[in-house]
Every structure is written in C-alpha cells, then in structure tokens.
Design a protein around this ligand. Structure first.
Ligand SMILES: [Fe+2]
Length: 460
C-alpha cells in the first residue's frame, strides 16, 4: 500500500513473469507482436540473456509504448569522467592491487553551490574484470544534491545493485516508479533506462555493478522453502507512463565511458509491459536470520540476500550479505567473527547504526576492504572480553544495518579510492602491540599432559 515514505504501488515476487498495464486492454492477448497494437502503441522487446538460453535462465520483457526507443538522435561521446572506472584488467595503469586492509569514512555531500545529480556523483572504489569480457564487477559510492532533470541513464555495462545510505531515491523506470530509502536495496538491470530525483534533497549510498551476470536468490538447501530473503518481499513497479514531448537526453554508459543522445519525448512512455527482466526493490529489515542456535558459528553466507554467478562453475561472482538485529544465543562459543583468512575479498558498508567490536572502523556511509587471504578478526581487547564473558542470550545489532559484498576474486582499487577521495583512513598502528599469547602460562599442565601420554615435555 502507498505510504508517506513511498507513494507507489508494486507487484510482489522474485523472478516472476509479471504483467502490468496502465490502461486496461493494452497488453496483447496470446501474442507479443500483433500487426497493430491497441491505440497504435509500439511493441518492443528488451532481453537480459541471449535468445538461446535455457528456459530457467531466460530473462526478457515486452514493452507497449507510445514511441519506440530507437527514436532518438545520434550518440555523442561525453568527456571522460576521471572518477568512473570499468576496466580492472592489469593493462590499466589507473588501478592498483594491494593486500593491505583499508577503510574509508563517509563521503561528504556536494556543496550546495555545486549541482551534482545521481549519475554525476558516482565514484568508483574498485573492481575486477571488465564489461567487455562480461565477467567481473565494480563497486561505486555516490553522493548527489540535484535531480536528474529531463535526463535518463542507461547502463550497458551491467546490472546495478544500489544501496541508499542517506536520502531517498525516487526512481522512474520504463517499467514504472520506485521510491527507495535507507535500509532498502534496488536492482536495475543492464539496458534499462531510468531517472533519479531526490525527494530529500541529498543522497548518498553504494552501488555494486556486475558484468555478464544477474542477481539471484541463493539456494536454501536444508533450510527448505522459507527463510532468508523471501521472494514475496521483493517489489517490482507497475506500469506508469508520461505524455511528455519536451526535450530529453539519455546518457549511456559503455565500458565506463559516457555517451548521450537526445529525443523530443520522454523515454518513460510504456503503457503496458510483461516479462521477467524487470527492476525490483527489497527492504532488508525483512531478511530472516537463520544463524546457529546451540553452539559454534555459521559461515556468513547464512546472511546472503542476493547472489550472482561467476563463470566458474559453482562459484559466486559476489554474494551480497546483510547484518540486521538478531538474537545471539550460542553456548561455549566465541561469538564475534572468528579470526579468518578468506579467498574472497570482503567490502563492507553500513546504512545506519553503530558497528562495534571490530578491529576496523566502519561508520554509516563508510567502507572497509579486507583483501583476499589477508588475516582479520577482532581486536585483542575484544578477544579477551569475548573469550571470558559469561554468555547470555543477547539481542545484538539493534538499530543497525551493515552489509558485505563477499567477492570471490581479487579486487583492485582505483586512483580515486586511494588518492583522491580524501576519506581513506590512516593505518591503525599498535592495534596488536599488547597481544599476549597465553599458551606458555600453561607450561606445567602441558608437560603433565605430555608425560601422561608417554611423550617428552617441552623444554624452554
Ligand atoms: Fe571477514
């Protein structure tokens, strides 16, 4: 139902074959391309998978629109945007691989004297692969203080997972309208045109862009048919069209380069549509946690909202995990994240609240980076507390929402992230200086155990 925060209507479900018409009877019956559509609408297909794809993986949509999308001027290339990157191959001298864990504070909003819309405010933090090989991803952050005015955007490089941290995004798409706020995520797939306006005046958030893949719900395995992110909690727009014959420009992104074409009418003139290649949003507070309830820890994949396949069989390109309030109840368990070294790279962000007890500093709007194979975990002080505290059922993460992009490949960082952002945190020297290994305090007991087993004691 429409609310004050979100006035729009939605269809619910994940991956459905949706159908929506703003004027009754404008969807053709039992065909997609009648000789002449009702009211002289134009039929147009958009697909997200090649024609020859398995039925289970096939993604496409049919539009019935006032004018076909092809009605526009020639494209012009826009000047290179230095903070936007799409090529993360080794030949690019503007990206860097580092095994150093890093953190960034939240980006500042643009000054009021500097008008920055949603597209102009993208800054690429890092990524791997590239859109041409259709393998890899990019991670961006954005800030904005101005609406896109008679301007739409179309990303030909990949699907966008957008996580607003501050300020709602009022998103008009060819499929209809969505209002997305902090605590929600929105997915807008490759090739879809959309416009973003800012009802709160400013906006800041995160974007994960995937090349050559699409987001899916993770398998549930032994969990069965319920839990985690449930399909009915995903919301897709209903058809909504404008009759607008003013001048518009559409910015297209290809390989990180921006192009623009113009047209004398709105791109948002779709009267009806059907299909399963459609944008959606999801309120992450609806995620159902299913962590361990007796002892020990589950792997963090238990917090996976959406996953995207890589081209390596059985390996995700990226898992998107969310951390929301939950009960922590395990007995005889070191409850904070255990010390670990993962093949995956972890990029964490935070939408709101406090993230405490970690060795890295993470603030709302900030970001942390734990590269592949590098050790991380709680501070020594936190270890001492968590390994000796009397364990009680505890409600944790109240009022907080953090998320992690769990990325299976090495992730390079951009010049912007390392040199120009001004938000890169300094090294936290001395964090482990007071570390005391307690093993040798138990020498007497260790030697007694060794001797009881017929073995020599330790000699110091
Ligand atoms: Fe980790």
């Amino acid at each position: 139902m429409p609310t004050q925060e979100d006035p729009y209507l939605y269809q619910v479900g994940f991956g459905n074959r949706f159908a929506s018409e703003a004027i009754p009877g404008t969807l053709p019956v039992a065909c997609n391309t009648p000789q002449r559509c009702k009211y002289d609408l134009f039929s147009e297909q958009l697909n997200g998978t090649p024609f020859i794809s398995s039925r289970a993986s096939c993604l496409h949509a049919w539009f019935y629109r006032i004018r076909p999308s092809v009605a526009h001027t020639h494209l012009k290339r826009l000047p290179k945007t230095p903070d936007l990157e799409a090529n993360f191959s080794l030949g690019n001298e503007k990206i860097f691989f580092t095994p150093q864990d890093l953190g960034w504070d939240a980006l500042s909003f643009p000054s009021p004297s500097n008008s920055v819309d949603f597209i102009q405010g993208w800054k690429t933090i890092g990524g791997h692969g590239d859109p041409a090989s259709k393998e890899g991803l990019a991670v961006h952050v954005y800030t904005a203080n101005a609406p896109m005015a008679n301007k739409a955007f179309c990303n030909n490089d990949g699907d966008l997972l957008i996580i607003p941290q501050e300020g709602r995004l009022d998103i008009q798409t060819e499929f209809g309208r969505m209002m997305v706020r902090s605590g929600e995520l929105v997915v807008i797939q490759a090739g879809m045109r959309f416009q973003v306006t800012l009802p709160d005046g400013i906006a800041r958030g995160y974007i994960q862009e995937i090349f050559g893949s699409h987001y899916e719900l993770p398998e549930l395995g032994p969990l069965g048919s319920n839990g985690m992110a449930m399909p009915r909690d995903f919301e897709t727009p209903v058809a909504n069209f404008d009759i607008d014959q003013s001048n518009w420009e559409v910015v297209v992104k290809l390989m990180g380069n921006l192009f623009v074409y113009e047209q004398n009418h709105t791109p948002f003139d779709v009267v009806a549509w059907h299909g399963n290649y459609a944008p959606y949003k999801y309120a992450m507070v609806k995620f159902i946690n299913s962590a361990t309830v007796d002892r020990d820890q589950s792997d963090p994949s238990i917090y996976c909202v959406l996953t995207a396949k890589s081209k390596r069989r059985g390996v995700a390109l990226s898992d998107f995990l969310v951390f929301t309030p939950k009960w922590s109840v395990t007995r005889n368990t070191f409850r904070p994240p255990y010390y670990h070294r993962n093949v995956a790279t972890e990029l964490m962000g935070m939408t709101y609240g406090n993230w405490s007890g970690s060795a890295t500093s993470l603030q709302p709007g900030g970001l942390t980076y734990e590269p592949s194979y590098m050790p991380h975990g709680e501070s020594y002080a936190r270890w001492k507390e968590a390994s000796s505290i009397k364990l009680q059922p505890q409600w944790v993460n109240e009022g907080a929402m953090a998320f992690m992009m769990h990325i299976s490949s090495h992730v390079s960082l951009t010049e912007y992230a390392l040199e120009r952002s001004g938000k890169l945190q300094g090294q936290q020297d001395g964090l482990w200086d007071d570390l005391q290994g307690g093993f040798m305090d138990h020498l007497e007991d260790i030697n007694a155990d060794l001797q009881a087993a017929g073995r020599s004691g330790l000699e110091i």
